[in-house]
Write a protein that binds this ligand. Sequence first.
Ligand code: C5P
Length: 271
Amino acid sequence: MPPNSVFAPAKINLTLHVTGQRGDGYHLLDSLVAFADVGDHLQVEPAPEMRLSVTGPRAEGVPGDARNLCWRAAEWFGRPAAITLEKHLPAAAGIGGGSSNAAAVLRALSALTGRPLPEQGTEALGADVPVCLAARAARMSGIGEQVQAVALPDLHAVLVNPGVGVATPAVFKALEKKDNPPMSALPEAADWNAWLAAQRNDLQAPAIAVQPVIAEVLAALAATKGARLARMSGSGATCFALYDSRAEAQAAAEDLRRAQPRWWIAPCTLS
Ligand code: C5P
């Protein structure tokens, strides 16, 4: 891909443990994050002034101005840019759309200008931006600013979003217990399915309280043939299920599409 063409993958929180809260209200997290081979596509060119055009199947409602994290990322990097954002991922969906877009803009501007990416501080744009800059499986902690690469095998998944936006602050607000245990020690090479099943997303219950349809999505995913685990990503509403093969994920996605033609359903590989 030329340096001005960048892919912004969906970010999936395979686990999301909320372990505490800072004085400023931000929550401490312990999360295993992976990235999908589905996502948004961006074109980025240095330009005399900022310009953003949003296209693609999920463009509706996405701001084309300084409210968009893409725009703020370019300003934060200190280089105005002309950006085309081809939106495929649902917004306000718990899969890091905005953060992944911002990380893609930072990567492109760094490649185009030869200026290295900043090592620190990108969490100021959004707590998920540091992990999205890595764009590979990682353990994320702090409020998101600590990112440690994890050797994760490729995982086959289906992502499902029922078409309701969820505001992250509302979900954190509905979370009753903020000091939950962290993830258990990562498995060596062995059974990721068993390990993942023993971990949690602490935001799942409060998100269901805010948007009950999430429980329906989880039940539908869990009932698909071959589903090993069904869980919500981030603060929702997108949920995922894991399968042993791409073919099983594909078949599950087709069954779900027949049953729920209005849901956003994406079979994918996570890495
Ligand atoms: O950083 P980001 O814009 O993604 O966060 C959205 C909101 O989610 C924050 O304003 C905050 O209310 C909540 N949040 C949090 N702790 C985190 C990340 C986000 O409380 N680690």
